[in-house]
Design a protein around this ligand. Structure first.
Ligand SMILES: Cc1cc2nc3c(=O)[nH]c(=O)nc-3n(C[C@H](O)[C@H](O)[C@H](O)COP(=O)(O)OP(=O)(O)OC[C@H]3O[C@@H](n4cnc5c(N)ncnc54)[C@H](O)[C@@H]3O)c2cc1C
Length: 494
């Protein structure tokens, strides 16, 4: 960078922009933080399911959970229920919880497989938050270790941006309303200032590009190449439509149902339900995809379905000269595992560590940032592909293609390690830990070819007794919990 940074300019006021503005205003009180957004352009307004790390982000910002849930019509999220992914009619959970030991004689999944007792039910029954999600129960007390699970939230994306805006403005962020029409470059290649449609110029040292799919600075002005993941992740469009809440219990989980050429999400908020159909336009046309979405609604629609277009992938570098992109302007992986807001948070955490107000960030810091973010996108890409490539469905061209696609090498190696040795290999910069990988393998019925001989160290009867005990203890604990709705109402009343 030409100058040390003291003036931060955030471009865009969606979730990414206001998350960035709030975080920078909190972390760097000596810097000026300005945010430019255009009401005329608006925000993408989807992105309602999150990842547990959001709670850490809120803690750093000093956000009170009850206040946040009230302001955003938020609900609790224990994970995701996947329906029809391996075969139609099957379902499983990927929740943020413990499924016992992962290797050796105490490996819970290993003993479960070895015992092979049909009376035990699904492996999900050994995981506390999966049973809570299935039964519509929720409560949170004690630390994550004590609870044996972690959780995230569902919220209204438009209300979330407004909530963060209030917080950020309260910490000194200055909002500038206006449409950016030009971003002239300096002699060193960086951005000099932003020119608005009414002729005003906005000066800054560090520009944080949160301009959504437009990618105004990193994509358009700096022309950073887009790395396309479309050959592995073909979904490229989505219809989104909220519906009235149905009479059913408020589920503390997102639901993702596999359809003919994509999948449908169902996100329960306290006042409505968010629905969407993410689909691959090479396999289905927009009208048919819209029809399939409307069939998924479990209440009357409360808005016209909106069509969104996107590509899976990311900019080759995320930080170039004095521009760092966060959110959709930096890249997007389809929303199957709700990872976009997590990636914004991950980028912000790294930036806050690397940036020192008044100092020029060394080239090594910029390179480390770019490498770390690129790897994290790749790790999450592999995790998402896993959900598709293990399918046994052959009822449509998309599913046949997904089952036979050539995998990225990084994922192919992980599948090999699992099949041959029951090893849940982890690289650096993983977005999902080994337990999450296990949840998908198990849910998709994908097991190692050979059992670990050390499992036999535990007598068969002892293993069976331990599994029954765990299953029954979980069932009893869940039966004593309040419903999600009752617990949420008690928090909202605080
Ligand atoms: C179908 C779909 C489903 C998704 N579901 C999830 C999910 O469940 N969980 C999750 O974590 N993420 C999800 N995402 C991603 C999530 O929506 C985004 O990561 C998140 O909303 C952040 O968006 P953003 O702030 O980057 O962009 P936006 O919300 O689009 O904001 C862009 C901002 O830039 C401004 N802007 C653009 N051009 C200009 C200009 N010329 N001048 C001035 N301002 C300008 C706009 O006005 C706006 O304020 C989903 C995305 C899609 C497409």
């Amino acid at each position: 960078m030409k100058t040390a940074f003291k003036r931060i300019v955030v471009v865009g006021g969606g979730s990414a922009g206001w998350m960035a503005a709030a975080a920078f205003a909190t972390a760097f009180p000596a810097c000026s933080v300005q945010l430019v957004e255009s009401e005329e352009i608006g925000i993408v307004g989807v992105g309602e399911a999150t990842f547990p790390s959001i709670r850490h982000f809120h803690k750093l910002l000093g956000i009170d959970e009850a206040e946040f849930l009230r302001a955003t019509n938020g609900t609790y999220k224990l994970g995701i229920e996947f329906r029809d992914w391996r075969e139609r009619g099957e379902r499983y959970f990927h929740t943020f919880g413990d499924i016992g030991g992962l290797s050796g004689p105490r490996s819970l999944w290993g003993q479960y497989r070895r015992v092979g007792d049909a009376g035990l039910g699904a492996l999900d029954a050994q995981c506390l938050p999966s049973v809570m999600a299935r039964e519509g129960r929720f409560m949170s007390a004690g630390s994550e270790e004590e609870r044996q699970f972690n959780y995230a939230y569902h919220f209204d994306a438009v209300l979330y941006a407004a909530f963060l805006r209030k917080l950020a403005e309260g910490r000194g962020v200055r909002r500038i309303e206006g449409r950016i029409v030009q971003a002239p470059r300096r002699a060193d290649g960086g951005i000099g200032n932003l020119v608005l449609a009414d002729g005003r110029a906005v000066e800054g040292d560090l520009f944080v590009d949160c301009s959504g799919f437009a990618s105004l600075l990193l994509g358009r002005a700096l022309e950073e190449r887009f790395v396309d993941f479309g050959r592995w992740l073909p979904v490229d469009r989505a219809w989104a439509c909220p519906s009235e809440r149905s009479g059913t219990a408020l589920m503390p989980a997102t639901r993702c149902t596999a359809l003919e050429a994509g999948w449908a999400w169902r996100i329960p908020l306290s006042n409505r339900t968010g629905h969407g159909h993410v689909f691959a336009s090479r396999y289905i046309d927009d009208d048919k995809a819209r029809e399939q979405l409307l069939q998924q609604l479990d209440g009357a629609p409360i808005a016209e379905p909106r069509l969104l277009r996107f590509a899976a992938g990311h900019r080759e570098r995320f930080w170039v000269h004095n521009v760092v992109a966060l959110g959709l302007s930096s890249g997007f992986l389809e929303p199957l595992e709700s990872t976009s807001i997590f990636l914004v948070q991950s980028g912000l955490g790294r930036l806050i560590e690397l940036l020192m107000p008044g100092e020029r960030p060394p080239k090594e810091a910029v390179d480390a940032y770019n490498t770390g973010m690129r790897r994290q996108f790749e790790r999450i890409r592999d995790f998402i592909i896993l959900h598709y490539c293990l399918t046994s469905r052959s009822d449509s061209q998309m599913w046949r293609d997904m089952a036979s696609m050539e995998l990225p090498e990084t994922l192919a190696f992980k599948l090999h390690a699992w099949r041959e040795a029951g090893a849940l290999h982890q690289y650096d910069e993983e977005g999902f830990d080994a337990t999450s990988w296990l949840a998908i393998h198990a849910g998709m019925g994908h097991w190692p070819q050979r059992a670990d001989p050390s499992l036999l160290d535990l007598p068969h009867e002892d293993a069976l007794r331990a599994l029954r005990f765990r299953r029954d203890s979980i069932a009893a604990a869940v039966a004593a919990m309040p419903t999600h709705e009752a617990y949420l109402n008690s928090v909202l009343a605080r």
